[in-house]
Design a protein around this ligand. Structure first.
Ligand code: KIV
Length: 269
């Protein structure tokens, strides 16, 4: 019998139980390789539809397809052993009807092996969240700045600058909690509003450009590694891998052009 213990992934109920406890460490990941590198450090990895902008060069998340989310979701699950993996439902795959959302979410769970899906929207999506959670599909909600609504919002704007908006955002959080969401992402909202929502709901809030008082934080991995050129202002960079990649490519180019590149004997010995 093997004595090698297989590491266990954080489960949805375990993440739900972290409300008010040690903050949840979350990052995005799109590939098996990057996910594997950060697996030991995080509690949760989100295969976010930000991959459309970061990995595919689109100007928004809107062109991302369900097939792309499934391919990247499966890769991230294969590359990890510990993190709870959540996969975004992309724009157009879930909004029309709860049944449509169920079909999309069921494909995501079955074809990737992930534990949960995330979808954008508060009170208006509560019936869909309830429909999914009552059928065994864990849902992470996402309110505040919701990038799939960029056209309706007129761009990526911080939410809650006007306190008159606060009650609506708090109602969104309460509606998704009541519908069965196990956690809620609070994106791009003023800090006191995010803190107020965190105090108001019993599910963990995961902040991004929100408040350190949230129950956890998430960043786009490439932003915090310094691999993207236009990261949001709130992002703290923990590395400058963009500069390291440019430098390595430049030194490689110099080696090739000066014929300093190793020959096959050195390469394969
Ligand atoms: O798509 C994404 O990466 C996200 C996070 C920024 C929360 O939704």
């Amino acid at each position: 019998m093997s004595t090698h213990a297989t590491p266990r992934r954080l489960t949805v109920p375990q993440m739900r139980a972290r409300k008010g406890e040690t903050p949840l460490v979350c990052l995005t990941a799109y590939t098996a390789q990057m996910a594997g590198l950060v697996d030991d450090a995080v509690d949760c990895l989100l295969v976010g539809d930000s991959l459309g902008m970061v990995a595919y060069g689109h100007g928004s998340t809107l062109p991302v397809t369900l097939d792309q989310m499934i391919a990247h979701g499966a890769a991230v699950v294969r590359g990890t052993a510990r993190a709870l993996v959540v996969v975004d439902l992309p724009f157009g795959s879930y909004e029309a009807r709860p049944e449509t959302a169920f079909d999309a979410a069921a494909r995501v769970l079955a074809e990737t092996g992930c534990a949960a899906v995330k979808l954008e929207g508060g009170a208006r999506m509560a019936p869909t969240i309830r429909f999914l959670t009552e059928r065994g599909i864990p849902v992470m909600a996402h309110i505040g700045l919701t990038p799939q609504s960029t056209n309706a919002m007129g761009g990526f704007r911080t939410q809650g600058r006007d306190t008159a908006e606060w009650d609506a955002h708090e109602s969104d959080a309460e509606a998704v909690e009541d519908a069965g969401a196990f956690a809620v992402v609070l994106e791009g909202m003023v800090e006191p509003l995010a803190a107020r929502i965190t105090a108001a709901v019993d599910i963990p809030t995961i902040g991004i450009g929100a408040s350190p008082d949230c129950d956890g934080q998430i960043l786009v991995l490439e932003d915090m590694l310094g691999l993207t050129d236009h990261a949001p202002k709130f992002v703290r960079r923990y590395a400058d891998l963009g500069a390291a990649v440019r430098d390595a490519a430049g030194r490689y180019a110099d080696d090739v052009r000066t014929r300093a590149f190793p020959g096959p004997d050195e390469t394969y010995s």
